[in-house]
Design a protein around this ligand. Structure first.
Ligand SMILES: O=P(O)(O)OC[C@H]1O[C@](O)(CO)[C@@H](O)[C@@H]1O
Length: 748
C-alpha cells in the first residue's frame, strides 16, 4: 500500500510534466502561457496526489477496521495483517472471513493503484472539479451559522433539565460510551469512559454531523498529508511526520518528500546521544558530559520537560545513569541560577532550543550560560573549544544558531512546518530524552504517538478518542457554557502534563476569528489548567464540586510507576494493608462520580445531617468528566497521551474553523515590552520621567526605576561576572535586532 503511493504519484507527476512541457513547446510561449501551464501543473499534481492518497487511505481504513475486529475476537497476538493473509489455512474458522475481507481490502489497494495509473494516462484532469477534502462546505461560513450547530443548540436545550444521574442510570448508554482503544502493544490499551458527559446517542450523532459539515475528516487527512493547514503563515503542519515509521511512505511538502530528512535527523540525534552516553564525545577537558541544561521557553521547553518528568518516574530512571537534565525557561535570573546550581561546567552540555532562534528569553539565558561555561572553564580551554564542546542547539534556523556561535556539528534540525508547541517529537524532545535515557526510549515514545496518529486518522468518529475528546470539548464549551476545563493525572509523574496541554490548547485555539478572518460568535478554546490528584483535591476541588462547573479529564494507571521504580509500598491501616496506589486510585474513581452524582438534600437528611447544614453540604452534581484508564506509565503510553491531546486540540480547532497553528496573540505584549525597555533606558540616561502610552504605566515605571536605583547592581551568578562579553552582546543585538544601547541595559 505504502509503496504504491509515492510510485503512482511520481509516475502521474512525470506524465503531467511531460504534457506541460509539450504544451509549452507547441505554444512557443515562454512567459504567460508558461506560468499558466505551471499553475495547471501544480493543480493537477495536487489533484493526482490527493486522489491517490484518498484511495489508499480508504484501503488503509479497511485494514484498520479489520485490525479492530481481529482484536475484538480476543486474540492476544499483535495484529499483523500480512501474517493473517499469508497464513489463512492456519486460522480458526471465525477468522477466515476476516482473511477474505482482508484480501478484498488488498484488492481495493490494487484498484487504487490502477486508478492512479488511469490518472497517469488522463493527466489528472478528469475529475478536476471534485472538491478537495479539506475544503469548507460553504466558503467562509462560521460553524455557528450551519444548520448542524442550530440542531445542537436545540438538542442542548432539550437536555437542560436532565441530570447526569438519570443518564448514568441507563446501563446501555454507559456501556456504549465506554470506548476502549487497543493496540498490539502489551501496555497500549486506553479505556476511555465518556459516560459522565451530559450527552446521549443523539448528541454524538449531531456532533459528528457538525464535524462532517466542517470537513473534519478531510482536514485531518490534509494535516497528515502536508497540506497547507497554517494559512496565515503559509505552512503545512506536519508533526505527525516526525513520528512516522520509515515504512509509512512519503510525505510531501512543496513537492519534496520530507521523510528522508526527518529520518536522517532522527538518526543523527540518536548517534550524537549514543556518543555522549558512551563518552566517545566528552567535554573540552575530557570529562564526560553528565549534565544537560535545556535553554528554551514555551513549546521549546514544556513538552520535553513533561516527557522527562514522566519517564524519570518509571523504571527508566535506572537508565539515567547519573545524567541530570534541567530546563531553563524563564528570564527571571533565579531560573538561571537554579539551572546551574551545583553543576560542574566541565561536565555540562547546554542545549539551546528555539525554533526561530529569536526568542529574547532564550537568547539572553543562552548568553548567560555561555558566560558561565567560559568563566568556569577559563584556563582549561579556549572559548572556541568550550563553545564547540559544550553548546548544542535544536532549531529551524541553523544559520541564526551559527551566527550566535553554535557549531554546525552540534546543531540539530527541525523544520518550519513543525509548530513550536507540537515539536516534542522532533529533535527538540529527542535530544534531551535520548541523552538522558538513550535513543531507544525516545523511539518507544514515538511509537506511542504514532499509534494514536493512526487511530485518529482511521477510526470512525464515534470510536475515535481524540475526535470524541475534541467534540466533547466543543459541546461543553459552546452548548453547555463551561468555559474552563481541567486535567487531573492521578499520577505524580505526569505533573507537567497539564502545563504542556495548557499551551497546546490555549495557544492553538485561543483565537477570535475563523480561518477566513471572520469574527467568531462562540469560543474555540477553554481555559485549561490542572494538577495531579490527589493534591488538587485539597486545593481547588471545592470550587469544582460546589462552585462553577469545570469539565475534567481524569487520567489514571492500573499499575503505579512507583511500584516499578522503587520497592512496593504498603502501610497497615485499621488492620488492613493499603498500598499508596490503591489509595490514589480509590480517589481517582470517586471524584468523577462525586462530580456527576452529587449529593442531594434528601440523602443528607437521611444521613441525619441537621437542617442548618443541609444547604452547605448539598452537592448539585451534574458535572461532566472523562476518565482515561491505562495499564501503566511507559514511554509508549506517554507518546499516546501526547498525541491524544495534540489531536484533540486539532479536532476542536478544525470543527470551530480556526487556524490552530499560528499564535499572533503573543506578539503585542512582546512589542510593548520593547517600548518599555526603550523608556527604561531613556529615563535612566536622561533622568527624565519615562513616557508611556498609558499614564498608569508611566507612574509604575517611574516608581520601579526609583526603587531599582536603590538596589545594588546584579551580582555574578556563579564564580564569574554577570556582564556579557562583547561578542555575546553583539550576538544578542543581531538576533533580537536591537541597538547597542539597548543591550547595555542587559549588561548593567
Ligand atoms: O522556539 P522559539 O522560537 O524560541 O519560541 C518559543 C515559544 O514562543 C512562542 O512563539 C510564543 O511566544 C511559542 O509559540 C513558542 O513555543
Amino acid at each position: 500500500l505504502r509503496a504504491a503511493r509515492p510510485t503512482a504519484g511520481a509516475r502521474a507527476s512525470r506524465a503531467l510534466r511531460a504534457r506541460v512541457a509539450l504544451a509549452g513547446a507547441e505554444g512557443g510561449d515562454e512567459s504567460g502561457a508558461g506560468d499558466a501551464a505551471l499553475r495547471l501543473l501544480r493543480r493537477s499534481e495536487a489533484f493526482v496526489l490527493n486522489s491517490v492518497a484518498r484511495s489508499l487511505r480508504a484501503a488503509e481504513e479497511s485494514l484498520a477496521e479489520l485490525g479492530r475486529r481481529h482484536a475484538a475476537l480476543g486474540d492476544a497476538r499483535p495484529w499483523d495483517g500480512s501474517e493473517l493473509l499469508l497464513d489463512e489455512a492456519a486460522l480458526p474458522t471465525g477468522e477466515r472471513s476476516l482473511a477474505s475481507t482482508l484480501a478484498a481490502a488488498s484488492a481495493a489497494a490494487a484498484a487504487a493503484a490502477a486508478a492512479a495509473d488511469a490518472a497517469d494516462v488522463a493527466g489528472g484532469g478528469g475529475r478536476a472539479a471534485e472538491r478537495p477534502p479539506s475544503a469548507q462546505p460553504e466558503r467562509g461560513a462560521l460553524a455557528s451559522q450551519l444548520p448542524e450547530w442550530a440542531a445542537l443548540e436545540a438538542h442542548a436545550a432539550s437536555l437542560r433539565d436532565v441530570h447526569l444521574r438519570e443518564l448514568l442510570a441507563d446501563t446501555e448508554r454507559s456501556a456504549a460510551l465506554f470506548v476502549p482503544h487497543r493496540t498490539g502493544e502489551r501496555d497500549g490499551e486506553i479505556a476511555a469512559d465518556f459516560s459522565r458527559h451530559k450527552l446521549t446517542k443523539r448528541t454524538l450523532e449531531l456532533l459528528v454531523r457538525l464535524a462532517e459539515a466542517m470537513g473534519l475528516r478531510g482536514k485531518l487527512r490534509g494535516l497528515f498529508r502536508g497540506e497547507l493547514m497554517n494559512g496565515t503563515e503559509r505552512r503545512p503542519v506536519l508533526h505527525t511526520a516526525l513520528r512516522a515509521a520509515p515504512s509509512d511512505g512519503a510525505v510531501f511538502v512543496d513537492g519534496t518528500d520530507v521523510m528522508p530528512e526527518v529520518l536522517a535527523s532522527r538518526q543523527r540525534v540518536a548517534d550524537f546521544a549514543r556518543d555522549v552516553r558512551s563518552c566517545r564525545r566528552v567535554g573540552c577537558t575530557g570529562r564526560p558530559l553528565r549534565n544537560v541544561v535545556v535553554v528554551g521557553i514555551g513549546g521549546s521547553s514544556l513538552g520535553p520537560a513533561f516527557l522527562y518528568e514522566a519517564l524519570r518516574a518509571t523504571h527508566l530512571y535506572e537508565q539515567l545513569d547519573g545524567v541530570q537534565l534541567r530546563f531553563l525557561a524563564n528570564i527571571d535570573e533565579l531560573d538561571a541560577a537554579r539551572a546551574i546550581a551545583q553543576l560542574d561546567a566541565a561536565e555540562t552540555l547546554v542545549v539551546i532550543t528555539s525554533k526561530t532562534f529569536r526568542t529574547r528569553e532564550t537568547l539572553i539565558n543562552g548568553c548567560t550560560l555561555r558566560t558561565w561555561l567560559r568563566t568556569q572553564l577559563r584556563g582549561q580551554a579556549s572559548d572556541e573549544q568550550i563553545d564547540s564542546s559544550h553548546i548544542a542547539a535544536c532549531t529551524a534556523d541553523a544559520a541564526a544558531a551559527e551566527r550566535w556561535g553554535v557549531s554546525r556539528a552540534l546543531t540539530f534540525a527541525f523544520w518550519e512546518w513543525v509548530g513550536g508547541r507540537f515539536s516534542v517529537t522532533s529533535s527538540v524532545g529527542q535530544l534531551p530524552i535520548a541523552l538522558a535515557f538513550g535513543p531507544e526510549v525516545f523511539d518507544e515514545f514515538l511509537q506511542g504517538a504514532r499509534d494514536i496518529d493512526r487511530h485518529c486518522l482511521t477510526a470512525p468518529f464515534e470510536r475515535n478518542l481524540p475526535v470524541l475528546m475534541g467534540l466533547l470539548g466543543l459541546w461543553n464549551l459552546n452548548f453547555q457554557n463551561h468555559t474552563a476545563r481541567a486535567i487531573f493525572p492521578y499520577c505524580e509523574a505526569l505533573w507537567r502534563l497539564p502545563a504542556h496541554v495548557q499551551q497546546v490548547e490555549m495557544e492553538s485555539n485561543g483565537k477570535r476569528v475563523s480561518t477566513h478572518g471572520r469574527l467568531l460568535d462562540f469560543h474555540a478554546a477553554e481555559v485549561t489548567f490542572g494538577e495531579p490528584g490527589t493534591t488538587g483535591q485539597h486545593s481547588f476541588f471545592q470550587l469544582l464540586h460546589m462552585g462553577q462547573t469545570v469539565p475534567a479529564d481524569f487520567i489514571g494507571f492500573a499499575q503505579s510507576p512507583g511500584e516499578l521504580a522503587f520497592e512496593h509500598t504498603a502501610v497497615a491501616l485499621d488492620g488492613c494493608a493499603v498500598s499508596h496506589h490503591d489509595e490514589l486510585m480509590a480517589n481517582f474513581f470517586a471524584q468523577p462520580d462525586a462530580l456527576a452524582r452529587g449529593c442531594t438534600a434528601a440523602e443528607l437528611r437521611a444521613l441525619g445531617v441537621s437542617d442548618e447544614l443541609v444547604p452547605h453540604r448539598t452537592f448539585p452534581g451534574d458535572r461532566p468528566s472523562t476518565v482515561l484508564l491505562m495499564p501503566r506509565l511507559t514511554a509508549f503510553a506517554v507518546g499516546q497521551l501526547l498525541a491524544l491531546y495534540e489531536h484533540r486540540t486539532a479536532v476542536q480547532g478544525f470543527v470551530c474553523g480556526v487556524n490552530s497553528f499560528d499564535q499572533w496573540g503573543v506578539e503585542l505584549g512582546k512589542e510593548l515590552a520593547q517600548e518599555v525597555r526603550a523608556q527604561m533606558r531613556a529615563a535612566r540616561s536622561s533622568g527624565e520621567p519615562p513616557r508611556c502610552a498609558l499614564p498608569s504605566t508611566a507612574r509604575l515605571l517611574a516608581r520601579y526605576l526609583e526603587l531599582a536605583a536603590q538596589t545594588p547592581p546584579p551580582t555574578a551568578l556563579a564564580g564569574g561576572g554577570a556582564r556579557l562579553p562583547s561578542a555575546d552582546s553583539a550576538a544578542v543585538r543581531e538576533c533580537v535586532g536591537e541597538t547597542e544601547d539597548e543591550v547595555c541595559v542587559l549588561e548593567t
